[in-house]
Design a protein around this ligand. Structure first.
Ligand code: SF4
Length: 276
């Protein structure tokens, strides 16, 4: 067995005993889905040439997988993020062919998104291995980065650029925003640890931080300070927060102009490498 085939087999083992994210369900996904409820078949909610990604990636072939490891209350993609069988069930060959097609249409990157792509890592590894040198554009993993070291080890062989979200700040007291809003225990240690790990691998890493209304002190400020300690990171500040209509409470509001300016001022003061 060559190294690529061995990686596919290693990744597929998580369909029987999943440890791709910190929930470590250990589920036989052929029989019972774990916390994310993603089974053995990957469903794609949509795929397209996307012009809204960061400049170096666009137009990107964006592939939105159904299912997610988080449960963010403000999720605007809930219709597929929380419904793992939304969309079209795909095989690796089907997706590989579509990637080749989008590449011919001008895609400058292929971006694996969700929901979250974490539960789909076995499928992503299989697809990229099958593609081999038919793929000439970088593969991008755009994720909440709530991952395990085992997941990152699998991606190390196939992903060129990482696009982690670092949304929530560290917990102060018993529970932080990550747990209250996103249902992700131990979020700060896990996600910052994963970012440090791919940074140490020498990969290109663009960290996205979504500004949320009323979350400057608890989330934005500590996140930006942490990023400033890692000058190799590029940073993308997302200002398009949009609350879903069912949401109540502070996150139901919209982002104020002053909150955006406050974040941009701090980012400039800290000397962050901002990308658009
Ligand atoms: S990816 Fe899904 S099945 Fe796997 S450990 Fe995480 S929540 Fe559980």
């Amino acid at each position: 067995m060559n190294a690529s085939s061995a990686l596919v087999v290693q990744a597929a083992a998580h369909l029987a005993d999943c440890h791709l994210c910190p929930f470590r369900c250990g589920k036989r996904r052929t029989q019972a889905a774990g916390v994310c409820r993603v089974g053995v078949t990957s469903f794609v909610a949509s795929e397209m040439l996307h012009h809204g990604e960061e400049e170096i990636l666009r137009p990107a072939h964006a592939i939105f997988f159904s299912g997610c490891t988080a449960k963010c209350s403000f999720c605007t993609a809930a219709r597929f993020a929380f419904r793992p069988t939304y969309g079209v069930p795909v095989t690796a060959e089907m997706l590989a062919q579509r990637i080749v097609q989008r590449q011919a249409e001008g895609a400058r990157s292929v971006c694996f998104i969700g929901g979250d792509p974490a539960p789909h890592i076995p499928f992503i590894v299989e697809t990229l291995t099958l593609l081999g040198n038919r793929r000439t554009i970088p593969a991008v993993f755009n994720s909440n980065f709530y991952l395990t070291a085992a997941a990152l080890d699998l991606l190390d062989g196939v992903i060129d650029i990482y696009l982690p979200d670092l949304k929530f700040g560290p917990a102060v007291g018993r529970a932080g925003c990550s747990e209250a809003i996103g249902a992700m225990p131990d979020y700060w240690a896990v996600v910052t640890g994963c970012i440090d790990r791919v940074l140490a691998q020498g990969r290109q890493v663009i960290v996205r931080h979504l500004l949320m209304p009323g979350h400057f002190e608890c989330c934005t400020a500590p996140v930006l300070h942490w990023l400033a300690e890692r000058p190799a990171l590029e940073v993308s500040l997302l200002t398009q927060y949009l609350a879903p209509s069912h949401l109540r409470g502070p996150l139901a509001g919209s982002l104020a102009r002053v909150e955006i300016e406050q974040a941009q001022t701090l980012a400039a003061k800290l000397g962050l490498r901002l990308v658009r």
